[in-house]
Design a protein around this ligand. Structure first.
Ligand code: AGP
Length: 603
């Protein structure tokens, strides 16, 4: 979704801003723009479409030492040049880029119009530029005055032609990160735009404002009380955001999984005691023993990972565990039980619905742990503690390696919770051995890419597909269907295999294939019978199994066997390759599927 980049320093701001915008493209956007200040003159250029189109339209001589830039994902007003950011006041003196939503925009627009201000766009953001300019004060004070009139969420960056060499940024619910460079300061809503320039960053907190010049920055609360801010080193590397010879980030990230899973496990296994060491939990053994129930919250694939994680916790820790879409939870006025442990799952750590669910739990006195990939993200910071997934940056919109690594993180948490309760050390060591084997086993599945691509060719010709699995397999079926939908645009639905006969079977015929998860577990025979039901109606079946199924399915992808609690992690891998190759065969934009954004920071 929307992205912010800002620069103040001695170089020309334009190339820095354009490169930063390119780094944010993966988040999804519909238009882009830049504003730069040179010799007291503000120049703004905006274009609907890609950053490269904006770059192509920029006059050669545009340059500046201070600048802000933006990629927009439309909320108020259609995608267009006019609605793209930066927005300026009527005099073209103040420029603003903004992520988030000004909730009282309609009221403020009406008020400005009554005062004779002509609004040039349909956006909520434009009111900020007018309010700041009309405060007619020093930029910092003017931004404070404008924000006092605004309700809603924002990460924003502002420049003023009267104050060259200065940027003012503010945060309320949408990330703002300051990058500290050599005689230069950078601003971004995502570290992806900073990694090429600096490794030292400071995260603004909600309700904070910062004033930056080329040499320093200072932070304060909205009511002007100075705040102390420490900088931290970022873990991301520039090459994480390069294709590295792959055609798509999606394939790069799928193939990266042995390494990514090793990253999730690194330093966390304690084979001697058959347990996992998780330094960020902030709850000691006594507090964790007092937990009576677990409720996992997340959206989309993070929710599906949460469903799988809840199963693992229930199996290993024998604690009742459920998962719920965070987007629903936050609106149903949930009862927050003091002995329930809430767990928020998110790759980006910025998903607005998940963040709002975390805030709802905390408002009611509940405790939330995060299972989050992006270090220092809003959700990670809003939780009481948690586990970083450490999958590395995920650029493709469709989640793959983070999904897998989130399941691994849940296995670690389940092991830890189990060992605090009734799981014996030998059982713990069994799980640890299973976890240690995962990277190699994933590598073996990935080596079968060519064979899986052949199955994807016929799946890609179908009008739709069913994905079925039982109990532990069901969340994996949900995620498999989600992947196919997202990147190939083929309609795919997941069902518990046991539910087929209760309705969906009516749709099965020669044209609707089914992808069936048939692991060698206690439910193997039940799964076989579901496959038979589909084939009896003429439906083609691709099975994902632990051994060849002797003609039961039309085709079978064999995956290595793990421990039963960990099998879902491996069963999901072929489904990612299946979706990827189906999408490539159909010529889809696999890394940036239509209508989707990497991190959904609005409602
Ligand atoms: C995953 O492929 C999707 N792009 C989407 O469902 C995603 O998982 C969801 O929006 C939650 O994102 P988060 O993990 O960043 O919170």
């Amino acid at each position: 979704m929307c992205g912010i980049v800002g620069y103040v320093g001695r170089q020309d701001a334009v190339p820095v801003l354009l490169e930063g915008l390119q780094r944010l493209e993966y988040r999804g956007y519909d238009s882009a723009g830049v504003a730069v200040l040179k010799n007291g003159t503000l120049r703004t250029h905006k274009a609907q479409g890609r950053v490269r189109e904006l770059a192509a339209e920029l006059p050669r001589r545009v340059a500046g030492e201070t600048g802000i830039a933006h990629t927009r994902w439309a909320t108020h007003g259609a995608p267009s040049d006019r609605n793209a950011h930066p927005h300026t006041d009527a005099g073209g003196r103040v420029a603003v880029v903004h992520n988030g939503i000004v909730e009282n925009a309609a009221e403020l627009r009406a008020e400005l119009a009554e005062d004779g201000v002509v609004l040039e766009s349909d956006t909520d953001t434009e009111v900020l530029a007018h309010l700041i300019a009309r405060a007619d004060d020093e930029l910092e004070a003017a931004v404070r005055a404008a924000l006092a009139r605004v309700t809603g969420t924002y990460g924003l960056a502002v420049l003023d032609a009267r104050e060259p060499g200065r940027l003012v940024v503010a945060r309320n619910g949408s990330p703002v990160i300051i990058g500290v460079g050599e005689k230069a300061m950078f601003v971004a809503s995502d570290v992806a735009a900073l990694v090429r320039h600096t490794q030292r960053v400071a995260h603004l907190d909600d309700g904070e404002l910062a004033v930056l010049d080329a040499h320093s920055f200072r932070t304060s609360t909205f009511d002007a009380r100075a705040t102390a801010k420490t900088t931290t080193e970022i873990v991301q590397r520039p090459e994480d955001y390069d294709l590295g010879g792959h055609g798509h980030f999606l394939r790069k990230e799928i193939l990266d999984q042995p390494e990514a899973v090793a990253g999730t496990l690194r330093g966390r296994l304690e084979p001697r005691f058959g347990t996992a060491h998780l330094g960020g939990l902030t709850l000691d053994a006594r507090e964790l023993r007092a937990v009576r129930r677990v409720c996992v919250l997340g959206c989309g694939s993070a929710y599906y990972a949460g469903l799988a994680g809840a199963h693992t916790i229930e199996s290993l820790a024998r604690l009742p565990a459920t998962a719920e879409p965070a987007s629903e939870f936050r609106y149903r006025d949930p009862v927050i039980a003091p002995d329930t442990l809430y767990i928020a799952v998110s790759q980006s750590g910025e998903t607005y619905d998940t963040l709002a669910a975390v805030q709802e739990v905390r408002r009611k006195g509940g405790r939330v742990l995060g299972v989050v990939n992006v270090v220092g993200s809003s959700i990670a910071r809003a939780c009481d503690g948690g586990i970083y997934v450490h999958a590395g940056p995920e650029v493709s919109v469709a989640s793959t390696k983070t999904f897998t690594c989130t399941l691994v993180a849940f296995a670690l948490l389940a092991l830890h919770l189990g060992r605090i309760r009734d799981l014996g050390p030998a059982e713990g060591q069994r799980i640890i051995a299973g976890l240690e084997a995962l990277p190699g086993q994933i590598g073996r599945i990935l080596a079968a890419e060519e064979e899986i691509a052949e199955h994807a060719a016929w799946l890609g010709e179908a009008r739709g597909a069913f994905y079925i699995g039982r109990v532990r397999g069901y969340p994996i079926a949900l995620e498999g269907a989600q992947k196919l939908k997202e990147v190939s645009y083929i309609h795919a639905e997941a069902y518990p295999a046991s539910e087929l006969k209760h309705g969906p079977l009516a749709l099965v015929d020669e044209e609707l294939p089914t992808v069936a998860l048939v692991p060698d577990d206690a439910l193997h025979e039940k799964n076989r019978s579901s496959v038979e039901q589909v084939r009896a109606r003429g439906g083609r079946v691709l099975a994902i199994a632990h051994r060849p199924l002797d003609g039961l399915a039309d085709a079978t992808v064999v995956v290595p066997r793990s421990e039963p609690e960990l099998d879902p992690i491996l069963l999901g891998i072929p489904l990612q390759l299946l979706a990827y190759h189906a999408a490539v065969a159909l010529g889809r934009d696999v890394d940036q599927p239509r209508n989707l954004a990497k991190s959904v920071t609005v409602e």
